[in-house]
Write a protein that binds this ligand. Structure first.
Ligand code: F6R
Length: 621
């Protein structure tokens, strides 16, 4: 989740750009950089680590001269671009930090998102004589613009844009056009901030909100040329598009939350992006999964005897979904345990086992201890984490990063769906290496996984109001029971956990087949039962459990696959999610349950971002 900011106007811009980056820090980053056009050259400084490191690097580079120019001798620079990088392609190094330049160092770009066809384009450009100085996908863009540049930056950006695949937004500047920034949007957000004799462009409004509240929203597939006098939007062919400006009415606090009332709501709505970032470059082929960034030997994956997952809380639930996928697709036995249980039960871990520690923070003490214990037993340890440089990344033999961006709300939402997506990738890679699924089925699943980000957005748009309405009628309930089978069960566990932790309402989640072994005694007219009844080979069984529940007068709230009228007929309220491959339904089915918990807590006036007694990371044993 990189952050980008650009400025063109009449003020010294370096500090404005860095102030903009500070407002994007919440997205998480591992390096940063800034480029400005000074007298006759582009002056660029990049640094690994936080913005303090970038400031230090700027001082070492030549100080600020108090004028906003990067070098002491330079006149004040009034045009520039800046970036916070969250590494995806290429390690965390100064060379890989943005901005990136072309061969002549006349074009600099900053990019957020992922260029999917970077490998082919790099080959082509290298064959034409372009030389690259980083391992990133982003650097392709500056060289592509160079390839198309005659004397019009906007035309060159359009030329480059036509050749790029992926989801990204970028801003470019050219030394010979010192009053022009050109930015392009493919999926990833891009917003222009309109000032007087100056304009901004950024990946999020907080980057310039201290300077202006007048904005132009750039839509998907559009290119915008920004000068001190204004901003002109065109489509990808250069046809002008007129756009009304908007006024941002949020205060600083709301701005940080992207206009959402809480971080949790914002993060729920960031899930399409988080999943896209996690999967896109790893699924850039049509029929195979690329886990080359993960330090795991193919031969080991092909021959490992057993997998063991250790995790806590929400991460444990993601592991449960992963187990179904791995066992079904790759036919490897998978054990799973709560990390705080595993570490104290004298577990058997063997050299030919792969132990997977799932921890979004990478700092959860029990998960780290379980991973270490497994490593001491000789197993290979893979960490699935969201945080670069976290302890889990240092302890593990290999790391598979989720790329959800920083999660501020204590209740995990976007990190959960990203973890599930990462587990799908691992399961598919294992299936591929072990030859346990026909290539056509793998290709089908890859296509379905690629479609998940847009289905996530579709689901949220469809279920939001309905979840809010159900929450209003159920906010005073004293207890909720969640029931599901197979992949629906971890979603029930996760839905119940969300409700408990943010609304403080007792909830239990059960395997539906276990009902008759005791919990059915809990049911009466006052017990709402949340059922995950998405399409699957066990749907009939789930439906007969729903009938049992209804027979006791309980109110049934079901999550079902669109078009599944059978569920709607037996449930009192149904939250429909779009159809996808049934094994992938968990990633959609959790969304209405996150929203339901969210709205129940909000109806009760609770602080969903910081629930009582809970911290984001549990680092003490
Ligand atoms: C629940 C939640 C926790 C975490 C758990 C593990 O919303 O956030 O249950 O999932 O504390 O944390 P990580 O994944 O950082 O190890």
């Amino acid at each position: 989740m990189c952050g980008i900011v650009g400025y063109v106007g009449d003020r010294p811009c370096r500090d404005l750009l860095i102030a903009g980056l500070e407002k994007l820090e919440y997205r998480g980053y591992d390096s940063a950089g800034v480029s400005v056009i000074t007298d006759g050259e582009i002056d660029s400084v990049r640094a690994v680590g936080n913005l303090a490191n970038l400031r230090e690097a700027i001082d070492e580079h030549g100080g600020d001269g108090g004028d906003g120019g990067v070098a002491v001798a330079a006149p004040p620079a009034t045009i520039g671009v800046a970036h916070t990088r969250w590494a995806t392609h290429g390690r965390v190094t100064e060379e890989n930090a943005h901005p990136h330049g072309d061969c002549a160092d006349k074009i600099h770009i900053v990019l957020t998102g992922i260029v999917e066809n970077h490998a082919e384009l790099r080959k082509e450009l290298e064959a034409e004589g372009h030389t690259f100085s980083s391992e990133t996908d982003a650097e392709i863009v500056s060289h592509l613009i160079e390839r198309h540049y005659k004397d019009d930056l906007a035309a060159a950006v359009r030329g480059a844009f036509a050749e790029l695949r992926g989801h990204y937004a970028f801003v470019a500047m050219h030394l010979d056009q010192r009053d022009t920034l050109v930015a392009a949007r493919k999926e990833c957000p891009l917003i222009v901030g309109l000032g007087s004799d100056e304009n901004f462009v950024a990946s999020a409004i907080p980057a310039f909100l201290a300077e202006t509240r007048r904005v132009l929203m750039v839509e998907n597939g559009e290119i915008v040329t920004i000068t001190p006098d204004g901003a002109e939007i065109t489509d990808a062919d250069g046809n002008p598009i007129s756009r009304e400006e908007d006024e941002v009415t949020w205060d600083e606090d709301a701005a940080e939350k992207g206009g959402y009332p809480t971080f949790m709501k914002k993060e729920i709505h960031e899930q399409a992006d988080a999943v896209a970032e996690t999967i896109t470059d790893r699924l850039s082929g049509l029929d195979s999964v690329d886990l080359s960034g993960v330090d795991l030997d193919d031969e080991f994956l092909r021959t490992a005897d057993r997998l063991m997952i250790v995790a806590c809380g929400t991460s444990y639930h993601a592991g449960l979904v992963g187990r179904y996928a791995i066992e079904q697709w790759a036919r490897v036995p998978v054990g799973i345990d709560i990390a705080s249980e595993y570490r104290y039960r004298d577990p058997v871990s063997r050299p030919n086992d792969l132990v997977i520690g799932i921890t979004q923070s990478g700092e959860t003490a029990d998960t780290l201890a379980a991973m270490r214990l497994a490593g001491e037993g000789g197993s290979k340890v893979l960490a699935i984490t969201n945080i670069m440089g976290s302890q889990a990344t240092r302890d593990a033999d290999a790391v598979l990063f989720t790329r959800a961006g920083l999660e501020i709300g204590v209740a995990a939402t976007k990190t959960f769906t990203s973890q599930v997506a990462a587990m799908y990738l691992l399961a598919l890679r294992l299936a591929e290496l072990r030859g346990t699924m026909p290539p056509e089925r793998i290709a089908e699943l890859i296509a379905a996984i690629k479609g998940l980000p847009s289905k996530i957005d579709e689901t949220l748009a469809k279920v939001d109001k309905r979840a809010a309405a159900i929450a209003r009628t159920h906010k005073d309930q004293r207890f909720f029971l969640y029931l599901g089978r197979h992949i629906g069960l971890p979603i029930c566990l996760e839905g119940a956990l969300k409700l408990k932790e943010i609304s403080y309402i007792p909830a239990d989640a059960y395997a539906a087949g276990e009902m008759k072994h005791g919990p059915i005694a809990l049911l009466d007219e006052d017990t709402p039962v949340v059922c995950v009844a998405t399409d699957s080979p066990v749907l009939d069984k789930v439906l007969s459990n729903v009938e049992e529940v209804r027979a006791r007068g309980a109110d049934v709230i079901a999550v079902a696959t669109e078009g599944s009228d059978r569920v709607a007929e037996v449930a009192d309220q149904t939250l429909f999610v779009p159809r996808t491959d049934w094994m992938l339904q968990p990633i959609l089915a959790i969304l209405p349950l996150q929203l339901l918990a969210y709205y129940i807590a909000r109806e009760n006036g609770l602080n969903v971002d910081q629930p009582r007694n809970l911290a984001k990371t549990v680092t003490v044993e």
